[in-house]
Every structure is written in structure tokens, then in C-alpha cells.
Ligand binder design. Structure first.
Ligand code: 13P
Length: 253
């Protein structure tokens, strides 16, 4: 049975004052029924990890370098994330693929570095609107899965997040059937490549305009093991109902 995961991606948002939101989440949720993760910007990781000490709330980064150390100005390694108190890292987010020209090969190398450092790698895949309209969604996702996930993946060290680019921050979401089709496809691909044991144990998150109003419907879809939430993870009052919807789904299933 895969444990469900509610993950928040704060993106380039948040200063120390916003840690009050994290504190409120820690108070409201004990993590008994679902895993909880917030990925704040690098600058807040140490303080966030200290704040969450003693709570079932994990802290993650939003990117890491593929090398353990070296002359890479402005970059952060997986080891550094771990040292700062992170236990997970988001990799290959479509904003990084677009803004920093990250290819799936680069994402795979970063995921390997994350595994080597003992971090949970949350590997993102997703199609653009034009690819969906051209009915190329599964081709795109299939290619991204093969190239972005390293051979070192297991259910313990890897999560795959399906985030259609056109649903991110737009208020648009795929239908439950569309989400189910992609999640079932990802599950099948993972089982083929890694075998049933690992293939069935990797958790699959949906991401893209998840909010309180649509969370329950999305969480009921087959092979959706939780969500990677952007905008609605910034405020405890917005994220808490999403976590509650996931807790309810965990009880029901
Ligand atoms: O990109 C996302 C999470 O990584 C989704 O962002 P939104 O929830 O703001 O659409």
C-alpha cells in the first residue's frame, strides 16, 4: 500500500515571515495518515527544517546540481540540501525545464545525485498544451519518463509528479479521466521498466491548479497518490483543506 503524499512547492516565494504558515501546518496536521512535505526556496530550508523538528513534516529543495561539489557558482548540491535539513528535492519541474533549459538527461543526472545523497527525488513530467492538442501527451510523458528517471530509482527514493504545463498556475485542470489515463500509463511504464515490485511502489503525484475545491475529485482517481501543489501551498488555510481531502481519501481507500 503506497502512503499518500501532500507536497507543497513554494517556488520563488517566501521569506522568514512566511514560516508562520509552515508552523500552522505543523500544528494542524500530525502526518499520521499521509506524508507531508514543503519545498521552500533554498534560503528557508535550514530554518524550515529546524521549525519542523519533532513534527511529521518533511522539507525539500526545488532543484539540485548533478555534482556533489565544485566550481558551479550559484548552484546547490544534493549533499548541501541534505546538510541543510532537506530530505527531498523536486527535479525537472517544467519551470526549470523552460527557464534553465533542463533536459531529461540533466534531470536524470540530478536525480542520481539526489539518490546518492539519500534524498527523495520528486521527478516531474508533463506535456505542453500544443502537445496535448496534437494528442501527443503519452509520447511526451513516455519519453520524459525513460530519460529522466535513473536506474537507481526505487519506491523509497523516487516519486513521479505528473504536471501538465498548461495546468500550472492557470486554474485549468485536466478531467479526472485525463489524469487517470496519464497516471495509469506512468504506472504501466514503471512496472515494465523496474518490475512489479518497484513499479507499483513508486508514488505518483498530480500537480497543476490543485485547490480545496477540486482536490477530493483528483485524489479519487486511480494511481493518484497525492499532489504537488504550488500556489495553494503558500497559505496554511489553503493547503490544509487539500491535506484533509488526502487524509479522507487515505481512510477511504
Ligand atoms: O507547479 C506546480 C507545483 O509544482 C503547480 O502549481 P500550481 O498549483 O500553482 O498550479
Amino acid at each position: 500500500m503506497r502512503r499518500k503524499l501532500a507536497a507543497g512547492n513554494w517556488k520563488m516565494n517566501g521569506t522568514r515571515a512566511d514560516l508562520a504558515e509552515l508552523e500552522a501546518l505543523c500544528t494542524a496536521h500530525d502526518g499520521a495518515d499521509v506524508d507531508l512535505l514543503i519545498c521552500p526556496p533554498f534560503t528557508l530550508i535550514t530554518a524550515a527544517a529546524q521549525l519542523c523538528d519533532g513534527h511529521d513534516m518533511r522539507i525539500g529543495g526545488q532543484d539540485c546540481h548533478m555534482a556533489a561539489s565544485g566550481a558551479h557558482t550559484g548552484d546547490i548540491s544534493a549533499e548541501m540540501l541534505k546538510d541543510a535539513g532537506a530530505s527531498a528535492v523536486i527535479l525537472g519541474h517544467s519551470e526549470r525545464r523552460a527557464d534553465h533549459a533542463e533536459t531529461s538527461d540533466i534531470v536524470r543526472a540530478k536525480a542520481r545525485a539526489a539518490h546518492d545523497a539519500g534524498l527523495l527525488a520528486i521527478i516531474c513530467v508533463g506535456e505542453s498544451l500544443s502537445k496535448r492538442e496534437a494528442q501527443n501527451t503519452l509520447d511526451i510523458i513516455g519519453g520524459q519518463l525513460s530519460s529522466s528517471i535513473p536506474d537507481s530509482a526505487t519506491g523509497e527514493n523516487t516519486v513521479v509528479a505528473y504536471e501538465p504545463c498548461w495546468a500550472i498556475g492557470t486554474g485549468l485542470t485536466p478531467t479526472p479521466d485525463q489524469i487517470g489515463d496519464v497516471h495509469d500509463f506512468i504506472r504501466t511504464r514503471l512496472e515494465k521498466r523496474f518490475g512489479a515490485g518497484i513499479g507499483r511502489s513508486v508514488r505518483l503525484l498530480y500537480g497543476g491548479s490543485v485547490k480545496a475545491g477540486n482536490a477530493a475529485e483528483i485524489f479519487a482517481v486511480s494511481n493518484v497518490d497525492g499532489a504537488l501543489v504550488g500556489g495553494a501551498s503558500l497559505k496554511a488555510d489553503d493547503f490544509s483543506p487539500i491535506i484533509k481531502a488526502l487524509e479522507a481519501e487515505a481512510h477511504a481507500s
